[in-house]
Design a binder for this molecule. Structure first.
Ligand code: ATP
Length: 311
């Protein structure tokens, strides 16, 4: 292999449109049922592959590790090891997804690396063939190989893209405080926070995915996260108030937080809610959901002539 090969791939964030904790598995992980939803907010993952050896990662966000602690780094190392190929790989991350916000930034970066590197190396595993590698990297990584609206079961890593894809607008709000994911699960395991135990996600999946359907959704981690950090609870009460008064179809914590979001029918309503939250002193933004089809097309564009010639 002589020439350099390169691509820059968008790594979209996700929210959980609902999350049920069903129990603890024999392996100690939690048995989950969740609906993942991609959103337009994204990082950029640039890859350059050339002859030689060695892995290098740069990131524009302070505080994000640039060595083997970075999931994108580990994704590249794992794929190279799996294929047995010797290549020099450089990764550049441009971060926009807030860190540790329940939006899956690191996992999304890792999936984008697996997808793009597989194509640049010519190994041809494709998203389905990359799933085993993704699952070993982390519970959310497998989802990000497919994107769009998808049901996640088992550890949240067994993925079923839904036939009906959500097309809506979200207001994402980033409260300054958050609960640690481990502490939230400890509260749930200890039964400190009662949960609803209703099959809301299956009812949502078989609904028309509009208006009333979002009122069904529950995140079992939300009550536990809010009880764990009373300061967060006070902030969420204010955020939820704004989102509801602006006509949100539903409001929820994403994952274990701390991103709190509202689902809206129109871009204008989502944008106005974000502005009002800004005036109230919160960091907030609005963006469209990304269907599985748009997710795949964005990745394809990045890997075909157009995307690569542009850089
Ligand atoms: P999840 O929703 O999957 O729990 P999150 O959105 O809460 O994820 P991330 O943004 O993935 O959290 O970051 C969590 C931690 O992972 C960060 O504190 C960071 O040190 C580490 N990390 C590893 N790789 C990355 C990456 N590529 N981008 C951002 N953070 C990363």
């Amino acid at each position: 292999m002589g020439a350099l090969k390169r691509a820059t791939v968008p790594a979209f964030a996700k929210v959980n449109l609902g999350l049920e904790v069903l129990g603890v598995r024999a392996d100690g992980d939690h048995e989950l049922r969740t609906i993942f939803q991609s959103v337009a907010l994204h990082d950029d993952v640039a890859l350059v592959v050339g002859p030689g050896d060695g892995l290098e990662l740069r990131c524009d966000a302070p505080g994000v590790p640039t060595d083997e602690r970075n999931l994108a780094w580990r994704a590249a190392a794992d794929l190279l090891r799996f294929t047995g190929l010797r290549r020099r790989v450089r990764i550049g991350l441009t971060k926009r997804i807030p860190a540790a916000g329940g939006l899956g930034g690191g996992s999304s970066n890792a999936a984008a690396v697996l997808f793009a590197l597989d194509r640049l190396l010519g190994t041809g595993l494709g998203p389905a063939g990359l799933v085993p590698l993704a699952r070993r990297l982390g519970a959310d990584v497998a989802y990000f190989l497919f994107g769009g609206t998808a049901l996640g079961v088992a550890r949240g890593d067994e993925i079923y893209p839904l036939a009906r894809q959500v097309d809506a607008w979200l207001t994402l709000c980033f409260p300054p405080t958050g609960a640690s994911t481990a502490a939230v699960f400890r509260r749930i395991d200890a039964g400190l926070t009662p949960r609803e135990n209703a099959p809301t996600i299956f009812r949502f999946v078989s609904s028309d995915l509009t208006a009333g359907a979002y009122r069904l959704l529950v995140n079992d981690l939300e009550a536990a996260a809010l009880e764990e950090v009373p300061e967060l609870e006070a902030q969420v009460v204010r955020i939820r108030g704004v989102l509801r008064s602006r006509g949100a179809w539903g409001t929820l914590l994403s994952g274990s937080g701390s991103t709190y979001f509202g689902v809206f029918e129109t871009a204008v309503a989502a944008r106005d809610a974000a502005r009002e939250l800004g005036r109230a002193g919160f960091r907030a933004t609005s963006c469209r959901t990304v269907t599985g089809g748009r997710y795949r097309r964005a990745w394809e564009r990045a890997l075909t002539g157009e995307g690569r010639r542009a850089r």
